[in-house]
Design a binder for this molecule. Structure first.
Ligand code: UD1
Length: 317
């Protein structure tokens, strides 16, 4: 088994998955990305070992020949961000929902063995019980959450009604090297990293006591590879989280300590559509997929910070 397709493979998580596939000896890795949020430079060191196609998952005619006959398609292409889905509901709907449908359709018609779908922890919304288990009723709070959840439902019925093996992984606030800090929609840890390096206080939306199960990107890619192979999991949904829970205030404390600086944050109004607390129950993923997260938050933050510092030095020199 060694012919893979990664949609969104030039993105921060997608490019980490591409590197993981190559490290374990994949024969053929096809990357599909429209470079809307992805960047070719994320694939710099592996560029000559992959097939890169700049195309859009909404364009079925271009997509279909690229996925045909693959062993596994990893569908990570999406426009992430809760606030972006509120600001741009049409575009995000088209990419995250219609695009996902086209990917599923192309996989089914192209005889793909399995599709692994990057779903989102945002599906849980403000469900109060913690940690969040896959059997809980979803309560999406934003267009992004609805779009990602609809993709899961589609993935499931493509298995039950149409015979395509699918597995959905609800990624929980993934962070790590290459996450782009420069957009108004950037993930909070990348924004914190940039502020820290530039010795600026970050803006925290709300009181900073909201919590997230921040998950290091290599733990997520390891689980994603396991989901491609595990037996008996078709049609199912699993949490892809670390199982912990940290507030934004705690994360900023750790980062200041790692750098030996004191930069009290600025607090702004809470963000619409924001979830208050998020934490994964990892029981099912451990049991069925052999999930074993390796990186504590502190270890993941250290590695991420090293990468941002190194890339800031590269830019300066
Ligand atoms: C949500 C999903 C996550 C998904 C992501 C895609 C949940 C629980 N998580 O992340 O699985 O991958 O969407 O984009 O729904 N914040 C600040 N200052 C900033 C930026 C953000 O305080 O400069 C705050 C936000 O208000 C939020 C937290 O940080 O409370 C995390 O925000 P963000 O990194 O954007 O991710 P989520 O919206 O939690």
């Amino acid at each position: 088994m060694s012919h893979y397709v990664v949609t969104g493979g030039a993105g921060f998580i997608g490019s980490a998955l591409v590197r993981a596939l190559l490290e374990e000896g994949a024969r053929r890795v096809v990357v599909i990305d429209n470079l809307l949020t992805g960047k070719e430079e994320n694939l710099e060191e592996v560029r000559d070992r992959i097939e890169f196609h700049r195309t859009d998952i909404r364009w079925y005619e271009e997509l279909a020949p690229l996925v045909r006959g693959a062993d596994v398609v990893f569908h990570l292409a999406a426009i992430p961000s809760v606030p972006r889905s509120i600001a741009e509901p049409v575009l995000t709907h088209e990419v995250n929902m219609d695009g996902t449908f086209q990917v599923l359709r192309a996989c089914r018609e192209g005889g793909v063995r399995r599709l692994v779908y990057a779903a989102s922890s945002s599906a849980y919304g403000d469900a109060e019980t913690l940690p969040k288990t896959e059997t809980m009723a979803p309560r999406p709070l934003s267009p992004y959450a609805v779009q990602k959840l609809a993709g899961e439902y589609y993935a499931r019925v493509f298995y039950t009604c149409l015979g395509l093996e699918t597995v959905s992984l609800r990624y929980f606030n993934v962070y790590g090297p290459r996450q782009d800090p420069n957009s108004p929609y950037s993930g909070v840890i990348s924004v914190f990293m940039k502020a820290l390096i530039e010795r600026r206080p970050p803006t925290i939306f709300g009181d900073g006591e909201q919590t997230r199960d921040f998950t290091y990107v290599e733990d997520v890619t390891a689980l994603t590879l396991k989901a491609a192979r595990a037996p008996g999991v078709a049609g199912k949904v699993y949490n892809a989280g670390n199982g912990g829970r940290y507030s934004l205030n705690q994360v900023w404390e750790i980062l200041q300590r790692l750098e030996g600086v004191q930069l009290p944050p600025v607090y702004g109004p809470p963000r619409p559509g924001d979830v208050r607390h998020s934490q994964a129950d990892t029981t099912a993923a451990r049991r069925d997929l052999g999930h074993q997260p390796r990186f504590s938050l502190e270890e993941g933050l250290k590695r991420t910070l090293d990468w941002y510092k190194h890339s800031a030095r590269k830019v300066r020199s």
